[in-house]
Write a protein that binds this ligand. Structure first.
Ligand code: PLP
Length: 381
């Protein structure tokens, strides 16, 4: 059996669905592009999405000539809620993107029901939340389709990687047609990815992690390694020529291995999230609302801090790999968002959160996380 088919089977079996509904891509954004294209979304169409996302998300919409329509987030859940989304619907709305932020989704069934009644497609952006669930249904199975990412910091990693799950079965023939245009990653890309995966597994440990990470970021900026995003994706909305790429064998092999441990890893993250949550509660700090705890994927725990730059430096000093998602409503592009049609002042909650959010990793020993928080309680909002 080919590694692609084995990986499709593994994902399908985890989610409890048929493997004919699972499709694999070089990155998550490519999966989004594929499904939008299969939905025949193009010029004159609008796609609603949160104004707190990664810039590659509106890119996929703009590459097809459609218009991204942004909706502000609720600062306590970091998600856009049903009423906010409904207010943004126009006769041109063709699809709604429902994003689970750091693994948290809210009001998904309500958003899907509202969209269905208006004959609008729904797509879950589950790039942060594979394995989490909402009302006992896995993230990604509520809506017409969903895409996932297995990039470095995601629920499980294949270096880079993306998956699509299709729930509206009449989209399947369209997806097959769209996928006929997929290109194979080059031998150089596959080789570099293999090297990076090797380095991540065997070298990125202890103090060497910090030195190698700096080196990787530098090389990535220069475009000399298989990075998460190219410079072209950060500066404009023209589709890179080699964008629509399939998943490679090395990613499929990695993904299959990582999936075997995912439930265990998720359980650990959830326990750590509870401990962090308790600490925030005891110290009267802002935290994820309790009602989302049972099934949330808890990729990371969001913290709002007074001075992000200072806090990130402190984390680095203590060797805590703190994340900075999202430093802007269209991470990581800080300003000049005109090409993406986003006016910062229209989204005060997203703007405010993106000025002060950091994400605490939940895959470290919990005592280390709490000890670190204990050192700097005054820095956390
Ligand atoms: C919310 C969100 N959506 C989509 C993506 C794109 O995923 P990928 O990097 O696999 O293309 C990201 C990337 O990190 C993301 O954070």
């Amino acid at each position: 059996m080919k590694s692609t088919a084995q990986y499709q089977d593994a994902i399908a079996s985890f989610l409890g669905i048929d493997s004919s509904r699972v499709f694999l891509y070089w990155k998550g954004r490519v999966a989004l592009y594929a499904v939008l294209k299969a939905m025949r979304i193009g010029p004159g169409d609008e796609v609603i999405l949160p104004a707190f996302t990664c810039v590659v998300v509106p890119n996929a919409i703009l590459y097809l000539g459609a218009k991204p329509v942004y909706v502000d987030i609720n600062p306590s859940t970091l998600c856009s809620h049903a009423a906010q989304i409904e207010a943004a619907i126009t006769p041109s709305t063709k699809a709604i993107l429902i994003q689970n932020m750091l693994g948290l989704s809210v009001e998904v069934p309500a958003i899907v029901a509202m969209a269905k009644a208006k004959q609008i497609y729904t797509i879950e952006d589950c790039t942060h939340g594979f394995g989490g669930s909402h009302q006992e249904v896995y993230y990604g199975l509520h809506s017409d389709a969903a895409f996932y990412s297995s990039q470095w910091n995601k629920p499980f990693s294949t270096g880079i990687g993306g998956m699509l799950v299709v729930n509206k079965l009449d989209l399947l023939p369209e997806i097959e047609l769209v996928n006929a245009a997929l290109i194979t990653p080059s031998a150089k890309e596959r080789f570099l990815l293999r090297i990076l995966l090797f380095a991540k597994t065997y070298l990125l440990k202890g103090p060497t992690y910090w030195h190698l990470l700096k080196g990787y970021r530098w090389l990535s900026k220069k475009g000399w390694v298989v990075g998460s995003s190219s410079n072209q994706e950060m500066v404009g909305t023209d589709m890179p020529p080699d964008y629509f790429k399939a998943m490679s064998k090395v990613q499929c092999q990695r993904g299959r291995q990582a999936l075997q441990y995912l439930k265990e890893v998720m359980q650990k993250r959830k326990e750590h999230a509870r401990s962090v949550h308790r600490w925030l509660q005891q110290n009267n700090k802002q935290r994820v609302p309790e009602e989302y705890f049972e099934h949330h994927a808890f990729l990371k725990y969001p913290l709002l801090v007074h001075d992000r730059k200072k806090f990130l430096l402190k984390a680095e000093k203590h060797h805590i790999p703190m994340g900075d998602w999202f430093v802007s409503p269209l991470h990581p592009v800080l300003d000049s968002l005109e090409p993406w049609g986003l006016v910062l002042e229209h989204f005060p909650n997203a703007l405010n959160v993106s000025s002060c959010i950091v994400n605490l990793p939940l895959d470290l020993p919990v005592a280390r996380l709490i000890n670190f928080l204990e050192l700097y309680p005054q820095e956390i909002k």
